[in-house]
Design a binder for this molecule. Structure first.
Ligand SMILES: *Cc1c(COP(=O)(O)O)cnc(C)c1O
Length: 491
């Protein structure tokens, strides 16, 4: 089906500035110049603008002087497959012309080549173990893979107990409920995190109270936590955001002094370390997610780790409808069904067998990104605190437009035009409908980071030449933006 390309058509009187206006809207990343009969004369992309400006052109010059005249075009008489075959990495925008040579549609490279932000890597024993579940008829939460997965996980994080759950949000809810968080209580949560962190608090009938994050680690700021404590505060939920551990020593000190629980949200940080200790063992409970885009996956799934035997037993009971272990169908609590299936656990076990390989390879990817991006104007690299091992769930950058010349959304559009998927940071939670409160507090660091943060492709199987492609694209977009800005501001 043809799309509406009318916004990308300009006549021969168009200037370079007109072309830039269309390109900056971020739709398709190309302009087609047509004559009075609508017949295509040439096309311009950001690369043509760059070359024009480097040749000292002015933005008021006619765009036609700089257009590509010997463009490759498809035809509306061809099938889509035939047209697609004309695309290459260098022919990124293919106009589709009618019999008179008028553009009526287009296909872009980004439609046929996508580099996802994250993809699961399922090439180990996943299929073998899942097959085993099916062949043996053990597919529910009763099955040996559940306990094997919990055991390998418990050993990896070095806690006494690990309890699998249906997902990361139920892991958080189970931990909070297990610690007795309930109506009227408050839990301190960072303002910059995925909404599930706060939702789990709301599901307990308690209130999330937000604390601003630290400028260098992007994670909860200990002094902001202290400032938010009231007599109703029951727990603190540090979130190890994008794989970077929170500064746990001051948080633990505050929790101990004020008699508060700590529930770590480790959903994005499996394998991350704070002062040589794995996250998930630094509070009363650690909660993990195995959604398809996390460090390891079970499709959907989660885990709670703890050293507290009583908490573990209560959570195990709550997970299983609140039924007594000893007296069948006798309910101690109005519990939940938050169990993981044997099928999920089979995948989880196979993933845990490879977790160290995943993390080692991720470090190579991160170093490669850093080589490309360190020193690029306005690009702030991910946190690298000396006391922590960041696992870079998603390699994330912050873009300071004052220096880069391009804001986060235009960077994302430019990368998308090259087939590269990205992810914006989370919105600050404090203004969102389910959590709005009458508090008037300000969150300057979160408010600064959230609209500027961008996560780049970081799958466990991403190739280094793909990382190179992303790195080079970012450098190109920044240098183009700075070049254009110099011309915009020139007299
Ligand atoms: C993914 C995630 C969760 C929720 O995990 P699900 O398995 O999707 O329920 C919670 N907190 C954070 C920070 C996350 O990134």
């Amino acid at each position: 089906m043809a799309r509406d390309i009318s916004a990308n058509l300009l006549d021969m009187t168009a200037t370079l500035r007109d072309v830039l206006t269309v390109l900056n809207r971020g739709v398709f990343g190309v302009v087609f110049l047509v004559d009075d009969d609508g017949v295509m004369q040439g096309l311009l992309t950001d690369g043509d603008i760059r070359r024009a400006l480097l040749q000292k052109a002015s933005l008021s010059d006619a765009a036609g002087r700089f257009m590509t005249r010997d463009f490759v075009a498809g035809s509306d008489a061809f099938s889509r497959q035939e047209n697609i075959r004309l695309l290459t990495e260098h022919v990124r925008h293919l106009p589709i012309l009618d019999g008179q040579g008028r553009p009526v549609d287009m296909i872009s490279w980004a439609e046929i080549w996508r580099l996802p932000v994250m993809e699961p890597s399922l090439g180990g024993n996943e299929l073998k173990y899942v097959t085993d579940c099916i062949v043996s008829n053990w597919i529910s939460s009763q099955g040996e893979y559940v306990s094997r997965f919990e055991e390998i996980f418990r050993e990896y994080v070095s806690t006494d107990y690990a309890l699998s759950t249906s997902n990361g949000t139920t892991a958080l809810h189970l931990a909070l409920a297990g610690l007795g968080v309930g109506p009227g209580d408050q839990v301190i949560v960072p303002d910059l995190t995925f909404g599930a962190s706060a939702n789990a608090v709301v599901h307990c009938g308690a209130n999330p109270v937000f604390a601003d994050v630290d400028r260098t680690t992007w994670t909860i700021e200990p002094s902001a936590v202290e400032a938010k404590i009231t007599e109703r505060t029951k727990a603190i939920m540090p979130v190890h955001l994008y794989g970077q551990p929170c500064d746990m020593a001051p948080i633990r000190e505050i929790a101990k002094r004020r008699g508060l629980f700590i529930v770590e949200d480790c959903a994005e940080a499996l394998g991350a370390e704070y002062k040589e200790q794995k996250v998930g063992r630094l509070g009363d409970a650690g909660c993990f997610s195995f959604f398809a885009n996390k460090v390891i996956t079970t499709g959907e799934g989660g885990m709670v780790t703890t050293d507290d035997r009583a908490l573990y037993e209560k959570m195990a009971c709550l997970r299983d409808h609140g039924m007594s272990k000893d007296k069948r169908y006798w309910h101690i609590y109005a519990g939940f069904n938050y169990r993981m299936t044997n099928l999920q656990a089979a995948i989880g076990l196979a993933q845990m067998e490879r977790v160290e390989d995943f993390l080692t390879y991720r470090r190579t990817v991160v170093e490669r990104y850093n080589e490309h991006l360190s020193g690029v104007a306005g690009i702030i690299l991910p946190p690298a605190a000396t006391w922590a091992k960041n696992v870079h769930w998603l390699y994330s950058i912050v873009i300071d437009e004052r220096r880069s010349g391009v804001d986060r959304d235009n960077m994302a559009a430019g990368l998308s035009d090259r087939g590269i998927e990205t992810r914006p940071f989370f919105y600050p939670l404090h203004g969102q409908p389910p959590y709005s409160s009458d508090e008037t507090d300000r969150y300057p660091v979160t408010d600064w980071l959230a609209p500027r943060g961008l996560s780049l492709p970081t799958g466990n199987d991403i190739r280094l030449d793909e990382v190179d492609r992303v790195g080079m694209a970012i450098k190109r977009i920044v240098s183009d933006a700075r070049l254009i800005r110099r011309h915009m501001t020139a007299p």
